[in-house]
Ligand binder design. Structure first.
Ligand code: PEP
Length: 268
């Protein structure tokens, strides 16, 4: 189970280190196979890297540039992220697409650069409220995924995480409406179809994980993580406090019995 914490720009450096230290203490007790990834701001990365060193916690960045070196004032190289022990990088988050006018083409270039440098991209895709109301959801998922992955090969050592994040369900920019497990299941099946179309079922199974993000909290997380096609969650607000984030992880790992838990990546 993959639990990715997106701290956005909500914590300063000291708060980020304190939260990472609190997470390190509790992460000792997490069962094997639980991958917890902390994604602080760029400025906090080196400090959080020091705080999580030697623990099972993983580090991720919230973005990166599409070149590794050169005259690109203000940008952050994926190679430098690797030097800081980053393993993951969130790309194409809806807040960047909205506030920084990040395009599908830019996300594609960033994804290629991330893979080239050995980072695992956490590629965020998802429709906004208007697109959802206009029955455009499938179209948006297909467009964003195909554009990001166009011409990209996924070798045996590459990993890709696709995060289905319906913009309307994200706590900060959202509508207050929660996605239902059925909606998330449907979207993850669309994603699986596209990946199979692009790469085949074997690559899907070997290299790709699908997570859900959008107002995930301790009460609703199990309804998503029990879905047969999901591998985990991307968590914003509920990851900003160690006790709450641990409650999310624990609820995902110990769900109340209801649906079956089968992550076998059955071919659809
Ligand atoms: C996000 O923005 O990636 C996110 C999942 O946020 P939240 O959990 O707060 O909806």
């Amino acid at each position: 189970m993959l639990a990715i914490a997106n701290w956005k720009m909500k914590l300063d450096v000291l708060q980020s280190v304190a939260l990472a230290q609190a997470m390190v203490k509790s992460a000792r007790h997490l069962p094997q196979g639980t991958e917890v990834v902390l994604c602080p701001t760029f400025l906090s990365l080196a400090h959080v890297a020091a705080a999580v060193k030697g623990s099972t916690l993983r580090l991720g960045a919230q973005d990166c540039f599409w070149e590794t070196q050169g005259a690109f004032t203000g940008e952050v190289s994926p190679a430098d992220l690797r030097q800081l022990d980053c393993q993951y990088v969130i790309l194409g988050h809806s807040e960047r697409r909205e506030h920084m006018q990040e395009t599908d083409g830019q996300v594609h270039r960033k994804l290629e650069a991330a893979l080239r440098t050995g980072l695992t991209p956490v590629l965020c895709i998802g429709e906004n409220y208007q697109e959802r109301s206009g029955s455009q959801k499938d179209y948006v998922l297909i467009r964003q995924l195909q554009a990001a992955l166009q011409g990209v090969t996924l070798g045996p050592d590459d990993r890709l995480v696709v995060a289905y994040e319906p913009v309307w369900a994200i706590s900060t920019g959202g509508t207050g409406i929660e996605a239902t497990p059925d909606e998330v299941q449907y979207a993850s099946e669309v994603i699986r179809h596209i990946i199979i179309d692009l790469y085949g079922a074997a690559v899907l199974q070997r290299s790709v994980q699908i997570v859900y993000g959008g107002s995930v909290n301790p009460s609703n997380v199990a309804s998503f993580t029990q879905l047969p096609t999901l591998h985990g969650v991307l968590v914003g607000s509920a990851s900003l406090d160690a006790a709450t984030f641990l409650a999310v992880i624990s609820a995902a790992l110990n769900p109340m019995p209801s649906r079956t838990t089968d992550r076998s990546n059955t071919v659809i």
